[in-house]
Design a protein around this ligand. Structure first.
Ligand code: GAR
Length: 217
């Protein structure tokens, strides 16, 4: 039985599209059954519709600071659709600790840095200002703290002296689209177990190489 997944978005939804595409094959262990946006103007909504995935808008702005009120509607929507797993894809709304705890181990997020480095806003700018030579993306379980929680998968990219926020985010986005479907596959097929705050994964092959940046000539 495929696990029933909802993707939560606020914007363009490119990770959402990557997950929808990856989940199409019959042997993928999860099915994207619903896309929820907290903004009616999220461009990702049209992309979800074009892919034939039902969408729901729950405008968070109308709840103001009432996070619990927003989450009550969200929770009942998730229940109505029998959702078992949540993937956040650029969902720019903080959860209450209660909601994060309720979905602990069943809710993934992706962030464009190698966490725990550069959480929060402008991670690409943070990486450039820190002068790191390698950055990347992280899929992690959601906990009450923002952009933190057990790391499921990471992908690294080189950072060059010529990079701008735009070029770096483009490179990282490519690795995001690769690791998010892989992480969901592992979670949905029961290959992930949490040992305290550490995520352990069964049956993974080592990637078998290094990423060294810059390459010495
Ligand atoms: C992605 O780069 C994602 O990693 C980031 O928002 C972007 C959403 O793009 N998420 C965060 O920064 C979470 N703190 P998308 O809507 O095209 O998937």
């Amino acid at each position: 039985m495929k696990r029933r997944v909802a993707i939560l978005i606020s914007g363009r939804g490119s990770n959402m599209v990557a997950l929808i595409e990856a989940a199409r094959p019959a042997d993928f262990p999860a099915e994207i059954v619903l896309v929820i946006s907290n903004r009616a103007d999220a461009p990702g909504l049209e992309k979800a519709k074009a892919s034939g995935i039902p969408t729901v808008v729950i405008e968070s702005s109308s709840f103001g600071k009432d996070r619990a009120g927003f989450e009550a509607v969200l929770q009942s929507t998730l229940e109505q659709h029998g959702i078992e797993l949540i993937c956040l894809g650029g969902f720019m709304r903080l959860f209450t600790a209660e909601f994060a705890k309720r979905w602990y181990g069943r809710m993934l997020n992706i962030h464009p840095s190698l966490l725990p480095s550069f959480p929060g806003l402008d991670p690409h700018g943070q990486a450039l200002r820190a002068g790191v030579k390698i950055s990347g993306a992280t899929v992690h379980f959601v906990i009450p703290e923002t952009d933190a929680g057990p790391v499921v998968m990471q992908g690294a990219v080189p950072v060059s002296d010529h990079d701008t926020v735009e070029t770096l985010s483009e490179r990282i986005l490519e690795v995001e689209h690769r690791i998010y479907p892989d992480a969901l596959r592992l979670l949905a097929s029961g290959k992930i177990r949490l040992e305290g705050e550490i995520c352990k994964i069964e049956e993974t092959a080592g990637s078998g190489n290094f990423l060294i940046s810059p390459a010495a000539t």
